[in-house]
Design a protein around this ligand. Structure first.
Ligand code: CP3
Length: 399
């Protein structure tokens, strides 16, 4: 992966004393030297909560698998899609700004990221952006149509389409500046609550590019993978570099953990995943493997892929609501922290049903070295925000 020496120098500015932080196993594919990069004092993950940082915040301790038997602290919780349409303050802040324009307006992206932390008291912010933002920053025509999802002007379906993709040089590095600025504003506002950076995984992002828009079964993408593997691999490695550099920019600017979303990867069998997808997802996770931040990998309907998704260089595996966490723990290597997996349907049930599900999820995750509570997939837009606020309070009251 091409590295940007400029941003790295800024990041390691010797004016602020570099502080070593706990290291994670170097399982990423392309960690350049294998040596962990030191974070400057200005990075939130370089300082403990007592000094205004996040390095020992509950979220990060669980993501590192440092839960201790003796402690009486609740499992940390955040929700995928916690920012966004379920919140009236989001609708107000967005106004008529198009979704992808909002993502590249630093003050607005920062404000929207912080809103659910303020309201629900969740244990992490998730950077407000989208998996197709990097493609937009690289110059592709893409928009998010309300109620539909990402739609590309020109689907990428042939070798010639892949040849015509823009090169990801210094222009792309410069185009990431609003992201760096948004992350900087966000972590200043979040204080001792960690920010999770994220990127879309090559399969999920490329499937939008190949299909042109959302698709139920990703047939064209799966057909391309099988009929023109060479074209597929070139497309997936372009997306891997795109997403990897987006992810690295967020961490260097202040994110303390990352999540790679491969939402639609459950459409693939394990053999095709290993051959056509795993190496590319490994490249994205490898783009931050030399940085001391936990790497969460998540897919929907991907219970049959938990092991290869871990092998791709994840340090934490996100599990959707279709598989119990204790079953996932039997599949994953000993000691792997997990994230998940309250069924989003219980956001629309009576409170007893919801809290019974929350208790069951805590019990199923109790055997993990670390457990970060989340939903099995994102917050549906029609969710009553008070239900989420109360669910966080309920989870925080459990021991
Ligand atoms: O989780 C968060 O709160 C952080 C922000 C975030 C968004 N998208 C904001 C968003 C994240 C992490 C994503 C990732 C994303 N985007 C994924 C992976 C996660 C998942 O949900 O599986 C995927 C598949 C996308 C693509 C995408 N973007 C879809 C399918 C949609 C929904 C379209 C619709 O209107 O139903 C979007 C739009 C989107 N991304 C919204 C938000 C807040 C809604 C935009 C709006 O307000 O109209």
């Amino acid at each position: 992966m091409a590295q940007n020496s400029t941003s790295e120098q800024v990041f390691r500015d010797s004016a602020s004393e570099p502080t070593p932080v706990p290291t994670l196993p170097q399982v990423g594919a392309s960690s350049r030297t294998g040596d962990p990069v030191l974070l400057p004092f200005s990075h939130p993950a370089a300082r403990p909560v007592a000094d205004g940082g996040v390095s020992d915040a509950p979220l990060l301790r669980h993501l590192r698998g440092e839960r201790s038997e003796s402690e009486d602290t609740p499992a940390p919780v955040w929700f995928m899609r916690q920012a966004g349409r379920s919140l009236p303050e989001y609708r107000e802040a967005r106004g008529t700004t198009a979704m992808l324009d909002a993502c590249v307006t630093p003050a607005l992206a920062a404000e929207i990221t912080v809103q659910p932390v303020r309201r629900h008291r969740v244990d992490a912010g998730i950077f407000f952006s989208d998996i197709v933002v990097p493609a937009r920053l690289a110059g592709l025509g893409v928009e998010i149509r309300p109620g539909v999802g990402p739609v590309f002007d020109h689907p990428i379906r042939t070798a010639a389409d892949v040849d015509a993709l823009p090169p990801l040089g210094d222009d792309y590095e410069a185009a990431l500046d609003p992201i760096r600025e948004a992350v900087g504003l966000t972590v200043a506002e979040l204080g001792t609550t960690p920010l999770i950076g994220f990127a879309g995984a090559p399969f999920t992002v490329a499937s939008y590019m190949v299909e042109g828009g959302p698709s139920r079964d990703h047939l064209r993408t799966r057909a391309l993978m099988r009929s023109e593997p060479e074209t597929w691999h070139r497309l997936a490695s372009w997306v891997a570099e795109l997403s990897g550099r987006f992810l690295r920019a967020q961490v260097l600017a202040g994110a303390s953990a990352v999540q790679l979303f491969d939402s639609w990867v459950g459409a693939l069998g394990a053999d095709l995943y290993r051959e056509a997808v795993l190496p590319h997802s490994a490249e994205v996770l490898g783009a931050v493997a030399d940085l001391p931040v936990p790497r969460i990998h998540f897919g929907v309907g991907a219970a049959h892929l938990l092991r290869p998704m871990h092998e791709a260089g994840a340090t934490v595996v996100g599990v959707d609501h279709r598989m119990r966490l204790d079953e996932a723990l039997e599949i994953l290597p000993e000691g792997t922290p997990v994230q998940g997996n309250i069924d989003p349907a219980v956001l629309f049930t009576a409170e007893e049903v919801r809290y019974a599900e929350a208790r069951a999820v805590l019990a199923a995750g109790a055997g993990a070295s670390g457990h970060v509570v989340n939903l099995g997939h994102g917050v549906p837009p029609e969710t009553d925000p008070q239900v989420l606020t109360d669910l966080v309070a309920f989870l925080h009251a459990q021991r």
